[in-house]
Design a protein around this ligand. Structure first.
Ligand code: ATP
Length: 257
């Protein structure tokens, strides 16, 4: 069953310096429970594509369907949680208070909010930190809190825009493993933007390689790795082969010329 469907999506920004072709003829189907990573150099349209799925941008051509709804209707139906590059937590609210905010806006009852906050804090292994303020937590913990916030209203889709890009490699490794565990536990469909080849290969069931000017898909790679992935899987020949395929895809798009 397809959860996200893009058909012939193009998006051109009109700027003072002329048109910028952020997306060109993007066709993609994401099935239920898939973990799809978008990889490509700066400016290839990864963020724009995620924002288009979330109805934060409107395609110039083509169409997007999310859970069989158009992108606007899906946004109103709260079909997904969105995790941004920076945690974006309000410093004057505790971690629980930050997770609670969207739930308050959506009109969840106090009891329901308390239950949901406890459940998502547990999912991201932050139980016991709900009463802390963001500045009392490390960068990795803050990013986990922002994931908890996106999970709290239990949408079955998670859109993640390079959530671990600013973190050091050790923390990132841990969060990658935690995210896979969470994905296995919840069965959510995840769209994930990254610049990192190992991160894309480690996490994904499908890797979408993109290239800039105009932003387009150059290759879609279905992962042959098993769903169960200890971090050591990164040293296996199969992992290295898929990473090589991603690298070739990037080169094909002349991304690093
Ligand atoms: N609101 C906007 N107005 C004009 N141009 C824009 C706008 N948003 C994005 N762009 C341009 O569209 C292109 C795609 O940008 P986008 O941010 O989607 O790329 P990206 O692959 O996510 O890059 P990065 O990896 O640096 O985040 C870029 O050339 C960018 O400058």
């Amino acid at each position: 069953m397809s959860v996200i469907e893009a058909q012939g999506v193009s998006l051109t920004f009109q700027t003072a310096d002329g048109p910028v072709h952020a997306l060109k003829d993007v066709d993609l189907t994401i099935g239920k429970g898939e973990f799809v990573s978008f990889i490509g150099p700066s400016g290839c349209g990864k963020t724009t594509f995620l924002r288009t799925i979330a109805a934060l941008e409107t395609p110039t051509e083509g169409r997007i369907r999310v859970n069989s709804l158009d992108a606007d209707a899906a946004r109103r139906a709260r079909a997904y949680g969105y995790v941004f590059q920076a945690p974006g937590l309000y410093p004057w609210r505790t971690i629980s208070g930050n997770i609670s905010l969207p739930l308050e806006i959506m009109g969840f009852s106090k009891t329901d909010r308390t239950d949901r906050i406890a459940r998502v804090l547990d999912l991201v292994e932050l139980s016991g930190f709900g009463g802390k303020f963001p500045w009392q937590l490390s960068g990795g913990m803050q990013q986990r809190a922002s994931i908890a916030r996106a999970l709290a209203f239990d949408a079955d889709i998670l859109l993640m825009d390079e959530p671990f890009g600013a973190l050091d490699e050790i923390v990132r490794d841990r969060l990658n493993a935690a995210l896979l565990e969470l994905w296995a536990k919840t069965g959510k469909t995840i769209s994930f933007v990254t610049h990192s080849i190992p991160e894309a290969v480690y996490l994904s069931t499908k890797i979408v390689v993109m290239s800039p000017r105009p932003g387009r898909i150059t290759r879609i790679i279905d992962s042959t790795l098993p769903h169960e992935r200890p971090l050591e899987i990164r040293d296996t020949p199969e992992f290295i082969r898929i990473a090589q395929e991603v690298r070739e895809g990037l080169r094909e798009g002349h991304s690093y010329d």
